[in-house]
Design a protein around this ligand. Structure first.
Ligand SMILES: *Cc1c(COP(=O)(O)O)cnc(C)c1O
Length: 377
């Protein structure tokens, strides 16, 4: 059995080595490092893949979120509602722009933002909702869009973990995660489902005017050379990263299929284990791209399990161990612990297993049997 890794980027690279090396070499030979043709090509290919009018590449996923909020013209004091159970980047940019983050609880089943909690948190100052499609599956976008319409709010999707996932409306029509709200933000961090070999990110929107605004913001607020109409940032995807991403985009669906295959194997192995709750799925195979495969463990000492797995050379992760509302940087006297019952429970129960495109059957079998033996004592 090969050594088990949480994420196996080397194995994935070996399969696409020639194509990626040639494409990177070409960028170097042509010295088109910034805003080269490769960036444009990747942008167009991603627009086609996502069926979205505008993709604006940028330097990383955190920038993508920040620039999306800048593009919408959010102002200091505006309240932005997001999930308590997510990576800190989401709330960080809200705070950085001097907007007011309003953290709310999530669902026990799919780990995504809870609609009733969002409803309760809306005030006259609320300007936007940021659903995070956590671990690879969309939040309840139909309900979020409805709330946004009623209260005149923007919807900014944090799609760092769900690129390629489909969202299915009640009428059966499908759209890609990240293209549903006013604007979507994604990350191409190496371990994401579509990852480059460094930092990268992108913003998606179907709104022509917003796309125009954002294209200026990513480039120092310039719409005409050396005319700075708004305060912008410098946030670019470099051409070498675009070369990697363009090669991997062609394979994104098969990469996500490989993740789904592993998730199905895990699910099957754990189905009769009472102490384990496997990841909830909304029922459709194409709705979850398994950025993480995250179990809830009941009545088992999680720390002891993590230690045991590490002794057996099985890596695992706890995403996330501390709710954002308890992080020093984001404490807010208005929060009540009773408002975060689910997140407070999840941080104690979740454990994420190795998940990547190169997992092999014997590795999955070793991981699942080791966990089951531990639980059954
Ligand atoms: C990875 C991630 C980000 C940030 O992406 P970077 O490219 O690392 O800046 C934002 N939100 C979520 C939910 C993420 O998982």
């Amino acid at each position: 059995m090969k050594k088990i890794q949480m994420v196996d980027l080397k194995g994935q690279y070996n399969d696409i080595k020639d194509e990626v090396n040639n494409s990177i070499q070409n960028v170097i030979e042509t010295t088109t490092f910034i805003n080269g043709p490769k960036v444009h090509e990747f942008q167009k290919n991603l627009e086609t893949y996502l069926d979205v009018k505008h993709v604006i590449p940028c330097a990383n996923g955190t920038d993508a979120l920040q620039i999306a909020m800048m593009g919408l013209g959010l102002k200091p004091g505006d309240e932005v509602i997001t999930a308590d159970f997510t990576f800190a980047a989401t709330v960080e940019v809200i705070a950085l722009l001097q907007l007011t983050p309003v953290l709310v609880d999530v669902n026990l089943d799919d780990f995504n933002i809870n609609i009733e909690a969002v409803k309760k948190a809306i005030t006259s100052k609320t300007k936007a909702i940021v659903p995070v499609h956590l671990f690879g599956q969309c939040a309840n976008m139909e309900a979020i869009l409805e709330l946004a319409k009623t209260h005149n709010l923007y919807v900014i999707e944090d799609n760092a973990q769900a690129i390629g996932a489909n969202y299915t409306y009640k009428d059966g029509s499908k759209v890609k995660a990240g293209t549903i709200g006013n604007v979507g933000a994604t990350s191409f961090f190496p371990s994401k489902n579509l990852g480059c070999y460094g930092d990268g990110g992108a913003i998606f929107t179907n709104d022509d005017a917003l796309a125009h605004t954002i294209r200026g913001i990513v480039n120092h607020g310039m719409y005409e050379r050396y005319h700075h109409d708004v305060v912008g940032v410098n946030s670019r995807l470099d051409s070498i990263q675009a070369a990697v991403l363009d090669a991997k985009l062609k394979r994104l669906d098969s990469y996500n299929q490989a993740r789904l295959y592993a998730a199905n194997k895990y699910d099957a192995a754990f189905k009769d284990i009472d102490n384990i709750v496997v990841p909830f799925r909304n029922g459709l195979e194409d709705s979850h791209v398994f950025h993480q495969y995250t179990l809830k463990i009941k009545g088992v000492d999680r720390d002891a399990l993590v230690k045991h797995l590490s002794e057996k050379n099985i890596p695992c992760g706890v995403y996330y161990p501390i709710p954002l509302h308890k992080q020093k940087a984001y404490l807010d006297a208005r929060y009540k612990e009773s408002d975060f019952e689910v997140t407070n429970q999840l941080v104690k129960e979740v454990i994420s297993l190795p998940m990547h495109t190169e997992l092999e059957d014997d590795q999955i079998e070793f991981i699942t049997s080791t966990i089951i033996k531990f639980i059954n004592g």
